[in-house]
Ligand binder design. Structure first.
Ligand code: HXC
Length: 260
């Protein structure tokens, strides 16, 4: 499928989805959000894809936010609709039954930081800058940032970032748990691909259930979450991958997973 504002490349079980509006620092307008939703949903269905990487075109920005020129004339009802569209797209990414890695290659601001937060893992290039600068524009984060940022880095740090609009560099993002890893910009995609291929080599059914257990369990109390984990753990024993994984261990050979 051809997209106007996205590039998509699939190789060795890994899809690289590039937000491609470099002249606007890959800012997310409605058209780009809809394309992103369509592309990610399609990758969920694609049996050739085990893992997805999302990045931005160019060397300057991952995504510098929602498109400010498109938002400027909105009224209250339009603003709410735009936020809800963003929520839907971020939820499609967060709930995708496959891991999604953000390869953050520069500015990840506002909606760009929120896009990175909707991904499972964030790898930052050494020039990356993260922030929620919406207060500088008289608004608040609207693509889930007020919810996902505190869940990831804690309430206090999230409030500081959201109240000040300050950016943090890649090392600080790593220190506070916003980035999983920092690499030189030149190595970013390679590092993301290596991680994606490593994950793709594991039992895909188990990876999927691990994602579900973490995502859904964190919103439950500990007893319910343990019950949920036990249910998912039980489901693993109905898969060929569990039989193969444990048999291979006992036979001292590498497992050949099928994702079934
Ligand atoms: C539209 C954007 C943009 C954005 C950059 N551009 N960010 N256009 N929306 N979010 C455009 C600029 O207008 C400019 O276009 C070109 O990209 C290059 O940007 P410059 O500002 O010239 O680059 P530079 O001086 O290097 O500064 C980089 C920057 C700055 C620090 C990232 O662009 C910036 O502050 N951008 C806005 C960041 C931001 O506030 N993001 C949050 C948005 S609100 P021209 O045509 O002049 O070359 C948000 C809400 C989400 O995301 C929730 C919604 C419901």
């Amino acid at each position: 499928m051809d997209f106007k504002n996205l590039l998509l490349e699939i190789a060795e079980g890994v899809a690289v989805l590039t937000i491609n509006r470099p002249k606007a620092l890959n800012a997310l307008n409605e058209e780009t959000l809809l394309e992103l939703e369509c592309a990610v949903a399609g990758l969920g269905e694609n049996r050739d894809v085990s893992c997805v990487i999302i990045t931005g075109a160019g060397e300057k920005a991952f995504v510098a936010g929602a498109d400010i020129s498109a938002m400027q004339p909105l009224d209250a009802a339009d603003g709410r609709r735009f936020a809800k569209l963003g929520h839907r797209v971020m939820a499609t990414i967060e709930k995708l039954p496959k891991p999604v890695i953000a390869a953050v290659n520069g500015f990840a601001l506002g909606g760009g930081c929120e896009l990175a937060l909707a991904c499972d893992i964030r790898i930052a290039s050494d020039n990356a800058r993260f922030g929620q600068p919406e207060v500088n524009l008289g608004v608040i984060p609207g693509f889930g940032g007020t919810q996902r940022l505190p869940r990831l880095i804690g309430k206090g740090r999230a409030k500081e970032l959201i109240f000040t609009g300050d950016m943090v560099d890649a090392q600080e993002a790593y220190r506070i748990g916003l980035a999983n890893k920092v690499t030189p910009l030149a190595d970013l995609l390679q590092t993301a691909r290596e991680l994606a291929r490593k994950i793709a080599s594991k039992g895909q059914y188990a990876v999927r259930l691990g994602k579900e257990a973490i995502n859904n369990g964190l919103d439950m109390d500990q007893d319910k979450a343990n019950q949920y984990e036990a249910d998912l753990f039980g489901i693993c024993f109905a898969t060929a991958d569990q039989k193969e994984g444990m048999q291979a261990f006992l036979e001292k050979r590498p497992a050949k997973f099928t994702g079934m």
